[in-house]
Design a protein around this ligand. Structure first.
Ligand code: IPM
Ligand code: MG
Length: 365
């Protein structure tokens, strides 16, 4: 079996604890001959700042660029609230996304039947929910220039962020969304604010053109981002794929995550363009949740989003579809049997630690 290089970046807070469960899973898959992964581990976020004074070192950036896939935990925490903006923990993640060209962020929100009662919405609204948010990840207001704060000299300051999109950026993310829709329910909602923003006007125009010229067999609806947020909590099952820009995707995916019962359940994949020669995409896999410093180091964190992110790596980077299905099936099984970390605890269920949850998923495999 060909060797596959994984670069692990656990990061801060609960990142290290949940990554430990993925490392156990990798060891199990290698030992049982189901995979041949090699792993190397680096520092990102606050932990990189403490060691090197930057949010990610050049050496670790190079390792990320050389890997077949990057598996990322979480970054940030109050300890680094006052570090300079350029080297704040999140800067490490944003640099990885930008320098690896990871423009397509896939955030599936699936409501496991066993967790439907854990959602803040009624069971019938969320049971069986299966939506995919396709978030543009390397453009928009996250990276647009200028991005600065000016001193106006009269006791006032002016802060500027720039929302900017070019045609090709919208075209390529729209294509990803339409292609993925064809493997699902064949429907795409494109979300922007064309009633207020020029970038929204262009987004609408470009997505419509790609639809008409290349993907007219997919059902396309346009929806304003504020309405999309409202519809996500009113009737989320009306959606199949939602394609949207970087900032709206950040916000809408947190809302979608909560529909599934806990932010601790949501995985994500960030993919680049296929390489012209090898066809391989650069890729980074990370849970949607953050570093949860309040519960870090206590064995309380839910490792499911992290393990499900690794399953996405099996699916999208290594074409190990059956194994990805098996890992996702094992997650569903342990939930069905009533194992719960604190964040998804329900009456009559058994509360387990991070490591116990990881072990139970591996035992199912
Ligand atoms: C996410 C996070 C990041 C983002 C932060 C940590 C920079 O919220 O991946 O959704 O805003 O993109
Ligand atoms: Mg976010």
């Amino acid at each position: 079996m060909a060797q596959q290089k994984l670069f692990l970046l656990p990061g801060d807070g609960i990142g290290t604890e949940i990554m430990a469960e993925v490392e156990k899973l990798i060891a199990h898959l290698n030992a049982s001959g189901q995979s041949n992964f090699t792993t190397d581990t680096g520092l990102v976020g606050g932990s990189a700042y403490d060691a090197h004074g930057v949010a990610i070192s050049e050496e670790d950036m190079q390792k990320a660029l050389d890997a077949d896939a990057v598996i990322f935990g979480a970054v940030g925490g109050p300890k680094w609230d006052d570090v300079p903006y350029e080297v704040r923990p999140e800067a490490g993640l944003l640099r990885l996304r930008k320098d690896l060209g990871l423009f397509a962020n896939l955030r599936p929100a699936i409501c496991y039947p066993a967790l439907a009662d854990g959602s803040s919405l009624k069971r019938e609204i969320v049971e069986g929910l299966d939506i995919l948010i396709v978030r543009e990840l390397t453009g928009g207001v996250y990276f647009g220039e200028p991005k600065e704060i000016h001193d106006l000299g009269d006791g006032q300051k002016r802060a500027i962020d720039t929302q900017v999109y070019e045609t090709y950026e919208i075209e390529r993310i729209a294509r990803v969304a339409f292609d993925l829709a064809k493997t699902r329910d064949n429907r795409v909602h494109s979300s922007e604010k064309r009633n207020v923003m020029k970038s929204g006007v262009l987004w609408h125009e470009v997505v419509s053109a790609i639809h008409q010229n290349e993907h007219s067999d997919v059902q396309l609806d346009h929806i304003l981002a504020d309405n999309c947020a409202m519809q996500l909590v009113r009737n989320p099952k009306q959606f199949d794929v939602i394609v949207t820009d970087n900032l709206f995707g950040d916000i809408l995916s947190d809302a979608a995550a909560m529909l599934t019962g806990s932010l601790g359940m949501l995985p994500s994949a960030s993919l680049g363009a296929p390489d012209a020669e090898t066809g391989k995409r650069k890729a980074l896999y990370e849970p949607v949740h953050g570093s949860a410093p309040d519960i870090a180091g206590q064995g309380m964190a839910n490792p499911i989003a992290m393990i499900a992110s690794f399953a996405m790596a099996l699916r999208y980077s290594f074409e190990m579809i059956e194994l990805a299905d098996k890992v996702e099936g094992a997650i569903a099984d342990v939930l069905y049997e009533g194992l719960r970390t604190g964040d998804i605890m329900q009456d009559g269920c058994k509360k387990v630690t991070t490591a116990e949850m990881g072990d139970a998923i591996i035992a199912k495999l």
